[in-house]
Design a protein around this ligand. Structure first.
Ligand code: FAD
Length: 446
């Protein structure tokens, strides 16, 4: 990359981590962020309050040398705690090794640390600077200063769009290249709620779990926070019999929670206040076939490939983008356009794979998880990993606890699902599994 000055649009999770790596490589990095500085104003970091961090994201943070500082922010979650309609719970482990856990982390806390590190490495971050568009012919960015509402044009040589799922840099790239982008709405929205810590300051549910209330077409989940509260997210169709459209008054919200989530409702005395104060978020997958304009502009993170949150991988995938980009920079003589092409060729199949797996995981979390056969396949997966690993690794583990390309995890997952279906057909317990058949199938297919 010949240009030594790089402009980043967006200082969210991906932009701020990217600024760290680029500044370390000696680039002059200037970041423009639409929102105020998180460290100085009482604003949320946007979207979900906390996130699940898994191995891919951890590997990137380790590479940035920041994982050690982040440890105090991380709460390990070892599995799913399933809540039924009567409030009974059952635990399904994510992995079967002590280190196979995912971590709940505060979005704001993580973003703040990354901003600090980016600046410490020499990046300059300008806040309340909204990028309205890109003029590629004249290599200028159209910026709006959000404090004085003045517009200005800014020269650039290379701009990296880390401006999230509604990216303006993406719009400009698509206009300039004629590329295609499909935004596929999920048709389900989300709303966040909070269960506060108990009177003695302790967690009111098991804090080493990601809690799920699966209800078929919709679900409620909860992740623990360091202050012993839980952030809950209700995922629900936007319209229909059981939907956000039908939850328009206090009584309907009360009735809905009493029917489907009685134990959670009992821990939220201010449920309806929260429900009608907190915003309703939309969910969509962005399938975009063009991520760059010549050697001048490239998209990373959600700007390139926003996905639904059901595998907890959007940020993890974006952090992996940053590492992949950083690795390509090892070849200092590679022209920028070639670098951007290679980045796209490497990351696009993986982004598509995790986008599809994230959609599939919604069905698993809200519905399949209640099926006894699902639990049997889960324990069988662990048993097969014990006997035949690394040839057989449960798909969830491949995505969350390994760093093999997502596309590979997806392909292996399809074959493994077929094997699991064959091995569990007509049986109800692990003792009934024919392990010599398992050995044959794994030998033949994997
Ligand atoms: P963003 O985080 O959206 O950051 C973009 C930044 O660009 C923002 O700071 C924004 O203000 C700025 N910006 C936008 N437009 C402009 C502009 N025009 N000019 C200047 N700046 C601009 N991922 C996980 O890995 N694990 C999870 O558990 C998880 N849970 C999620 C739960 C929900 C409900 C949702 C919605 C998402 C979840 N994700 C999760 C996905 C994750 O939030 C995203 O993948 C991640 O935030 C992407 O980071 P980003 O930096 O690419 O985009």
């Amino acid at each position: 990359m010949r240009s030594k000055h790089i402009i980043l649009v967006g200082a969210g999770l991906v932009g701020s981590l990217l600024a760290v790596f680029l500044a370390r490589r000696g680039f002059t990095v200037t970041v423009y962020e639409r929102r105020p500085d998180l460290r100085k104003s009482r604003i949320s970091a946007g979207r979900s309050i906390n996130l699940a961090l898994a191995n891919r994201g951890m590997a990137a943070l380790e590479r940035a040398g920041i994982l050690k500082d982040l440890r105090p922010l991380l709460i390990p979650m070892a599995g799913r705690m399933i809540h039924d309609e009567q409030g009974q719970t059952s635990f399904l482990s994510y992995g079967h090794r002590p280190e196979e856990v995912i971590y709940s982390v505060s979005r704001g806390g993580l973003n703040q640390k990354l901003l600090e590190l980016a600046e410490a490495e020499g990046s300059t971050i300008h806040f309340e600077q909204n990028c309205l568009g890109v003029d590629f012919a004249n290599k200028k960015l159209k910026m709006l200063n959000e404090t004085n509402r003045k517009e200005a044009w800014l020269d650039f040589e290379v701009v990296l769009g880390t401006d999230g799922s509604a990216s303006h840099v993406r719009d400009a790239i698509l206009r300039a290249t004629g590329g295609k982008c499909v935004e596929e709405p999920l048709g389900h929205g989300y709303k966040e709620l909070t269960i506060e810590a108990g009177a003695d300051g302790s967690f009111r549910m098991d804090e080493r779990s990601l809690h799920i209330w699966p209800r078929g077409e919709f679900m409620l989940i909860a992740l623990p926070n360091p202050d012993a509260s839980f952030t809950l997210t209700l995922f629900l169709p936007q319209t229909g019999a059981e939907s956000f459209a039908t939850l328009q008054d206090k009584q309907s919200v009360h009735d809905f929670f009493r029917k489907y989530f009685p134990d959670a409702r009992d821990m939220m005395p201010d449920l309806t206040e929260q429900f009608f104060t907190n915003p309703l978020g939309n969910l969509a997958t962005i399938w975009c076939d063009t991520w760059h304009y010549r050697g001048n502009a490239l998209l990373l993170g959600d700007a390139a490939h926003a996905i639904v949150p059901f595998h907890g991988q959007g940020m993890n995938c974006g952090f992996e983008d940053v590492v992949a980009f950083d690795q390509l920079l090892n070849d200092e003589d590679m022209p920028c356009e070639t670098l951007f092409e290679r980045f796209f060729a490497e990351r696009k199949p993986n982004a598509d794979a995790i986008a599809t797996m994230a959609l599939e995981n919604y069905v698993e979390m809200r519905s399949t998880v209640r099926d006894p056969r699902f639990a049997l396949k889960k324990v069988l997966s662990f048993a097969l990993e014990d006997r035949f690993g690394p040839r057989f690794i449960p798909r969830y583990s491949m995505v969350m606890f390994h760093t093999m390309p997502y596309a590979q995890a997806q392909q292996r997952g399809i074959i493994q699902e077929d094997i699991l279906n064959q091995l569990t057909a007509g049986i109800s317990s692990l003792e009934q599994v024919d392990f010599s058949q398992a050995s044959r199938l794994i030998e033949q297919k994997l």
